[in-house]
Design a protein around this ligand. Sequence first.
Ligand code: ADP
Ligand code: ASP
Ligand code: MG
Length: 465
Amino acid sequence: MIVMKFGGTSVEDASALCNVAQIVAARRYLKPLVVLSACAGVTNVLIKTAHDAAAGNKKEAMKGFAALQERHNTIAEELLGPESHRAKEVFESDFAELRQLVHGLSILNELTPRALDQIVAHGERWSSRLLSLFLLRERIPAEYVDARTVMITGNEFTKAAPLFDIIQEKAEKILQPLLDEGKIIVTQGFIGATKEGITTTIGRGGSDYSASIFGAVSNADEIQIWTDVDGFLTADPKIVSDARRIKEMTFTEAAELAYFGAKVLHPSTILPAVQKSIPVRVLNSRRPEGEGTLITNTAPAYPGCVVKSVAYKKGITVIGIQSTRMLMAHGFLARVFEVFERYKKSVDVVVTSEVGVSLTVDTEADVEAIEAELARFADVKVEKNKVVFCVVGERMKLTKGVAARVFHALAESGVNVELISQGGSEINLTFVVDESDVEKTVRALHREFFSDNYDEAGLVDEIPE
Ligand code: ADP
Ligand code: ASP
Ligand code: MG
């Protein structure tokens, strides 16, 4: 069997959903389990509407839900014709409940993460309801499965951690018999429930992660992530219009890039796939005939290909910690990291010298408190609005001169590099620049490594005429 996950833009309206149904039907012989995101933009609207309600802005919240209901009803009518009433009845009952919640929240004047999850988790249920009804109408044996019966998580609302052992048990009990019967399961990404049955979500963009977990617990032959671009590209196509498709990459390369901001894959997606050695393929639902990008344990080493792709993460804070006492003193770093540990703050990049250590964190939360604690034993400098860049490729460790090419290209473009780290994972070079230099940096690196005369390796697509 295979898992096929379709992101928001792939299910944005009736024609997109119809296209998804065709893609799924054409792969019926592979026994697909389909995982859907909410229709494009719906999660954002649900979050905003929930906040409006809790802020006492009842009129705005009611308007938000009414517009969502109308959007889903319209899709139902266009997709299902006379049978749309089956979807519309489900929607009406959900929206009646949501309207009730608006009153409750506006009285309480508070939006708990638990209430937020309860609201937000509707989006993927609506899109998957629409697809499963459409498949049935097309005489394809679809089975709607509420992911909350299988995707059991902890109670960390809005970022709940999936509990693998229980999910495995549930999958064997609930999903396997349906697959054995030849059903095409249609379920939701992103949402889950605690052991007690309280609705949770697993973090923004988390449908990729859900797909990978469903794949791992069902021993899938492949996990397919269907999105709105041709695959994993050499850079974000929103910045580099001629970014090119990477044919194959390793799990490690994909994990580094996803972690450092390549939005095409949620950073947690790779882990369940690696554990079961299941290939992940990124595909374009608008061009289903394309090959996409295949991510495996052992992508072939193309001799000419050194750098595979470039990713970046914005909103980074750099914390510089200096102490003359660090010189020759043991235990200094332990003391520094103990502070971060206490605030459960994860650190992305670390660079040390004789008298100091610089590191990056990716949210501003608790930074002031951490700064105050560090200031007790060191000089601390905090710089916000930075970007951490990551240049990735398995062959970088074997190739001389990559760093020189990176920094020469940046110098030529007038980009100031503030912090450099290489060797953590052997396959990446990481550095920090100012947020105002993001576009310049991506373009300079792309020009250097993926310019027209590149492609000795046949790794990326032919350059279009
Ligand atoms: P979905 O809704 O299908 O999950 P996302 O918006 O989460 O889609 O991810 C796809 C987007 O990721 C693309 O439209 C593209 O702009 C962005 N992206 C960023 N970096 C890359 C990259 N290296 N390769 C491909 N896409 C990328
Ligand atoms: N709909 C969710 C979000 O927008 C999950 C996803 O699409 O992956 O974050
Ligand atoms: Mg996504």
